[in-house]
Write a new protein. Sequence first.
Length: 312
Amino acid sequence: PRAMAAPNLSASHPTFFILVGIPGMEKFHTWISVPVCMMYSAALLGNLVLLVTIVKECSLHQPMYLFLGMLAVCDLLLSTATVPKTLSVLWSLSTQISFNGCLAQMFSIYFVFVAESAILLAMAFDRYVAICDPLRYLTILTRSVVGKVGMVALIRSFCIMLPAIFLLKRLPYCGHNVMPHTYCEHIGVARLACADISINIWYGVAAAFLSAGLDAISITISYVLIFRCLWGLPSLRASPKALHTCGSHLCIITMFYVPAFFSFLAHRFGQHIPQHVLISLANLYVVVPPMLNPVIYGVRTREIRERMAHLL
């Protein structure tokens, strides 16, 4: 029996994976696709308008808005890396994705996620300098510094996520290629392997902590310092105005990290959570924040609201 089992363990990677969609809800796939498609369209429109507004209006070429432009690019990439294939699966147009295509999609999703987390941290630092050291704001956060921050975010994201591809390529799959999901994600692919995936699981935990985890801790520290600084302001009028500038950022941080950490922990430790609930949340996560981010900043930030109206 051991001799017969050996060829299976050395089996090559499957040519393609079959994406099932949302298990147990196949009858409702068409109905589910309608809000997903609408939210994706809204995300594309909102982020493109926001991006064009920031690029075209010279008055918005300030650190806060440049970081917001980077965030809009990340939102466009995150939703576009997942939603078109998701809709293809929900509409039963194409449920297949090649092995390399699956790894490319997985890498793109996590690469953008880690980069977006770094940009949110940069935005928190931007608010800290603007509120706690306003006189040095423009000397600390020059365009050169903003550009370097964006480059470091990309390099860090690439270095953290690249090993995940090799960790999946080393696994034997023994012909298992049916994946209960609408897009490819690391642990979903790893669970199809017929070998021990402990390294994949622990690498996923370490990568999440060293990127989004440390970023979230740093953002928390930044806002503790910001609120402490606001508490000591002599003018009571300054505090509400300063808090308002942080409100939009805090809303986006909440939408980004809470569902992400819940999804991450549930996939690894929430064995009793129904699969269709986890996959539905995973689909909402890649489309709801990208849709709402430009709305939050567009509505709450007067400068962007006025420039958008002028541009349109």
